[in-house]
Design a protein around this ligand. Structure first.
Ligand code: FES
Ligand code: MG
Length: 571
């Protein structure tokens, strides 16, 4: 066996080795320091990240597996990001979480990692960190909540809130009934049970090869999650013995598989930003265009909210990701291996679909092409994305007049105004919501419609924003406009009444204003006033260094890897 990284701390009999062992002993047998792999369990459990609060129990199962395989498990609580509470947006700290995790992985005597995540940003941050330190790493996604129901129908996390609150706004649901649904929605431990960002990133982790195949989507309350956590602990020890680091597992072809999976399951648009950032850490060239090129023609097979009917428990029951991948196996790259050392492709060919209403067979897809469309034009010179499967077909080619909002506050103040100059064909534009502008690129792009339009029975309009959209949301929403308004994007120059052309089949997003007029326009004062201008702290570092959405919104100095080299002694 190769020399363990941790032996740089524990090996030998000099003063420093004594020091490292002595403080760690506390009842641990001497054999712990004699060549047994030290496995850090990076745990994002927190009471303020309720979706991950159960991960301490999962960690215990991982520990048992690590011990059983001869390793030493080590709890490493890491920065946790809960999607629902932190303000202005959890995305502001994805890179900080990744940076702090990376530093602690490298600074400590650890040989391998088990990554426990769940809520939206946690798995991306863990994977970015693991990639930048390049140790052996296994992901255990914490799993979705059990299905919720309300008035006899499935009530999905997030999606249910958006739908019911629109019904209240349209005057078709009373407030008391709306509030009663609250406790029906969050029924158990686990993360959101729609195909939102958390579920999507668990699926992405499996498609990238970083989980035990078949694990993603195992409900948080299911005993099989603990069984898999135990097996993942064992696997972490085996990976160290095999010297199988994350960069050997996750290759360019792994991203092809992730993009195919993203389309087939109808995953969250947020995965685009996260996958680009993870690829950036691994030094793998992945572009926004790859999502369109690889994913656009992939059929939509999974009938889950927000676009469809069911919830994650149903997907797991119907066969899970492996059953989905079996249907599109011809589109996958056969070469990439998984954390087990076996190719992902070797797990395919034997996974039946148990419920064709949840996982449609390839011959009868829910939509023939489900991927993410990447738009270009003078309004998004570096690209913007839209998820056609979550949009209204009749709006995919649309020309309309802009109604512009300079901030979410501006939007909130005016959208309910009966005198707002808007009709069903208008295009709602919200700016100042990109990585730099907000800061942190929040999930605000799925703007609620004006009440007077809702009253006409209209349920969708074209919306354009430099922010993100919750993975649990839906609608004809153009997202991730790059460059954002606060980074010199044309979006900052749009005026009320300007005509905008959206042409998804042609992949175009155009502001129909002559270029010479555009170049004479200045960013309005109210718009610029809305851009974040922090003068200290993390926000300052973030705004000064964050890159645009089209490359993953990572900080410029965090792209790439520094490896796992052991630094100089501390004493
Ligand atoms: Fe945590 Fe949705 S709020 S996964
Ligand atoms: Mg979210």
């Amino acid at each position: 066996m190769t020399t363990l990284r941790s032996s740089e701390w524990y090996g030998g009999d000099d003063r420093n080795a004594y020091l490292h062992r002595a403080w760690m002993r506390r009842g641990v047998p001497s054999s712990a320091f004699e060549g047994r792999p030290q496995i850090a369990i990076a745990n994002t459990a927190s009471d303020l990240t309720p979706c991950n609060a159960h991960l301490d129990e999962v960690a215990q199962s991982v520990k048992n597996g690590v011990y059983e395989a001869g390793g030493i498990p080590l709890d490493l609580p890491v920065m946790s990001l809960g999607e629902t509470l932190v303000r202005p947006t959890a995305m502001l700290w994805r890179n900080l979480a990744a940076m702090s995790m990376e530093e602690m992985f490298r600074a400590n005597p650890v040989d391998g990692l088990v990554l426990l995540g769940g809520c939206d940003k946690t798995i991306p941050a863990l994977l970015m960190a693991a990639a930048s330190v390049d140790l052996p790493a296994v992901v255990v996604p914490g799993g979705p909540m059990l299905n919720g129901t309300f008035r006899g129908s499935p009530l999905g996390c997030g999606t249910g809130v958006w739908k019911l609150s629109e019904e209240v706004r349209a005057g078709r649901l009373d407030q008391a009934t709306f509030l009663r649904s609250e406790s029906s929605m969050i029924r158990s431990r686990g993360h959101c049970n729609t195909m939102g960002t958390a579920s999507t990133m668990a699926v992405m982790a499996e498609a990238l090869g970083t989980t035990i195949p078949g694990l993603a989507g195992t409900p948080a309350a299911d005993s099989r999650l603990l069984e898999a956590a135990h097996a993942s602990g064992r696997l972490a020890v085996e990976q160290v013995a095999a010297g199988r680091t994350i960069s050997q597992v996750v290759t360019r072809g792994s991203f092809t598989n992730a993009i195919v999976a993203l389309a087939a399951v109808g995953g969250s648009t947020n995965a685009v930003v996260h996958l680009l950032a993870i690829a950036g850490r691994l030094g793998i060239e992945l572009t926004l265009e790859d999502f369109d090129r690889i994913g656009a023609d992939v059929p939509l097979l999974v009938n889950l909210q927000p676009a469809g009917a069911h919830l994650m428990e149903d997907l797991f029951r119907a066969g899970g990701l492996l059953a989905v991948l079996d249907q599109v196996a011809d589109l996958l790259d056969d070469d990439p291996i998984t954390v087990t050392g076996r190719p992902l492709a070797s797990y395919l060919g034997t996974n039946p679909v148990w419920d064709e209403d949840v996982i449609a067979p390839r011959s009868r897809p829910l939509a023939p092409d489900a991927g993410i469309a990447v738009l270009h034009g003078n309004l998004a010179r570096d690209g913007a994305v839209i998820k056609p499967a979550a949009a209204s077909p009749e709006l995919l080619v649309h020309r309309g007049r802009a109604v512009v909002f300079d901030s979410v506050e501006d939007f909130a103040a005016r959208i309910d105004d009966p005198d707002l100059d808007v009709d069903a064909t208008s295009v709602l534009v919200l700016r100042g919501c990109g990585p730099k502008g907000y800061p942190g690129m929040p999930e605000v792009a799925n703007l609620p419609l004006p009440p007077k339009i809702l009253a006409q029975g209209v349920r969708d309009m074209v919306r354009i924003c430099d922010g993100r959209m919750s993975g649990t949301a839906y609608g004809t929403v153009v997202l991730h406009v790059a460059p954002e308004a606060a980074a010199g994007g044309t979006l900052a120059l749009v005026r009320d009444g300007d005509e905008i052309l959206l042409d998804v089949p042609a992949r175009r997003l155009k502001l129909l204003v002559p270029e010479d007029e555009l170049s004479s326009r200045r960013v309005p004062a109210a718009t610029a006033d809305g851009f974040a201008a922090p003068d200290r702290g993390w926000e300052k570092l973030y705004v000064d260094h964050v890159q645009q959405a089209n490359t993953g919104a990572d900080l410029d100095f965090l792209v790439g890897s520094s490896g796992a080299e052991v630094a100089r002694e501390s004493h």
